[in-house]
Design a protein around this ligand. Sequence first.
Ligand SMILES: [Zn+2]
Length: 151
Amino acid sequence: MIYVTKRVKWAMSHRLGRGYSGSCTNLHGHEYYADIKVGAKMLNQQGMVVDFKLLKDVIGSFLDFIDHAMMDSEDTQLKKVLETIGSKTKTVPFNPTAENMAQWMLDELNAGLVEFGRLYDFSLEPREVKVVSVKIYETATSWAEAVTDDK
Ligand SMILES: [Zn+2]
């Protein structure tokens, strides 16, 4: 396998629930970083795993939903108030930990890669191009990583 990695960042607030009782139940924010690693069995004729432009567009369309949003795992009063004042929110079916977000992002970006690959007429399947890992940093010293397990 040959790999390329793209680093991106976004700002987001969130709060943890679902039985969690620490200080992260309070609304707070992070400047997140993610390293998105894409692998291929072989390079294309232009010598690429994937065009960085395509990768940037796939990731960008995903980040549009969460950048500068408040992420929560359920529809809460807080969410309703934020939406009333025009603030961006994102409800997800999981506790928005870095671990859950990394797995979600891995799945969504792989689906996006297929969609954009088709749109850009960029050959992915014969070379088995896929997002193999997403590493999300909540801080410079704390991160979670989700890895594709179908090797
Ligand atoms: Zn947090």
